[in-house]
Design a protein around this ligand. Structure first.
Ligand SMILES: [Zn+2]
Length: 105
């Protein structure tokens, strides 16, 4: 599985350089809405708990940190910081969702 070699906050989103040479940009609000933490998605049922309309259009990730060797955690400007984004999930989004823009494929 690919791992990030660099993670940057750009004007439009989180830009992740993967070690396979691809550079993928994840728009901020899009990525915020993918949060799968227990506050955003009900654990047992998978029911969405996040009030999408409460997420500001101009939200950005103020900071990020790597979680072990498998995930990245973002601090969003709406104050939310409990979401863990496994690399596997970020790669799946890049492969399947046209909202994620990748170069170098
Ligand atoms: Zn969350």
């Amino acid at each position: 599985m690919s791992v990030p070699t660099q993670i940057d906050m750009t004007g439009i989103g989180v830009q992740i350089a993967w070690d396979d040479g691809r550079i993928c940009t994840y728009p901020y609000r899009y990525l915020r809405l993918q949060c799968a933490c227990a506050a955003c998605v009900e654990e047992m049922t998978g029911r969405p708990l996040l009030n999408i309309s409460a997420v500001p259009d101009d939200i950005i990730a103020a900071d990020h940190l790597l979680v072990g060797k498998y995930a990245v955690q973002f601090l969003w400007t709406d104050g939310h910081d409990s979401g863990i984004y496994p690399f596997e999930m970020l790669l799946r989004l890049a492969a399947n969702d046209s909202a994620v823009i990748c170069e170098g494929e």
